[in-house]
Design a protein around this ligand. Sequence first.
Ligand code: SF4
Length: 399
Amino acid sequence: MASPAESILQTARDSRRLEAEDALWLATRLGDDAVRRPLLEVASELKRELRGDVVTVSRNVFIPLTNLCRDRCAYCTFAKQPDSPEAKTWALDEVASLSRAAASMGCIEALFCLGDKPEIAYQSHKKWLQARGFETTAEYLIEACRVSFEAGMLPHTNAGILSADEMTALRRFNVSMGLMLESTSPRLRGKGMAHQYAPDKDPAVRIRMHEEAGELAIPFTSGILLGIGENDEERIDTLLTIRSLDDRFGHIQEAIIQPFHPKPGIRMRAAVALTDAEVAGWVALARLILGPDIEVQAPPNLAPEVLGELLHGGVSDWGGVSPVTVDYINPEAPWPALDELRGHTEAGGQRLVERLPIYPRHLNDPRFTDPLVREAALRLATEDGYARPRSSGAPSEAA
Ligand code: SF4
């Protein structure tokens, strides 16, 4: 007779979806090897059934357009105060030259990652923008994306909360955009919690932006942040919310499963991080919960000791890896070189394939991109919709 774990996993495997009650049963037993091992096994089998042996990666350049932000998340090391010597808003000519350098290194994706609406909090930043003819950071961002696109890159923007009008304007130069949902838990906005001083982390606001991106047919990256004060039920609710957004709009291209690591100098420095085994367990749960269409991404620099476990847990994408810039969000965690990542992926019995910042699923459907970016993306793509081999760096290989 099948054990409870075996019968839950068989149901998930057959339906290619794991539902809330069963997910919670598994989540509360991740410390038990007799549950965690078969969970990883089934997630791995499902991943192979859905994607074969392909694990993707995007060769990118990270452009932190501004590290000013109006929010103050308790775990953030990215945002700086305007009077900090590390505060920086990139000039457009810097964006252009970095984009050109990245293109010459075979990078395709320009990842624009920046603080949320700093002009609301800082007069000095507002004046900086106005002196250059812009009223908002979002307006400036649109211009920066244009500059990078014209330098040969495919931008992907993650700028916090954007309005539908701002996303519409950005869509002209972005093949995809993103916003980590992080957590659907409103508790995290409470006193002493991670998002107390972060109005843009209100789950309802973030879900609304995901919906608007769906209405605008923007291929969208979402994700969950693990270990910021949420509980198992809230993690499952977050993953189920991402799935239901894709069920409604078909636009969620990937979900990032990102563990938070406590660091010195932040309010959450004493938080307890998830163990590597728990991270791998949540990758496996995500593979089963999210359904067949959404890629499961795990950043390789945030769990470097357990890449084999992550592969075994059903990861299908390593995210962006840059030969040009550091991970400005987690600068203490260097990205592996592409060759090294290829070695790890092959050691796990799979193949590393370079992709664009848009996956074949959305590239092959013209509704999801503006004609100009679509044309540029198609020029860089193989027939299968992955990245064409390029003269610099490691060759791509299509499935
Ligand atoms: S919104 Fe992002 S950049 Fe701003 S404080 Fe929070 S984590 Fe940092």
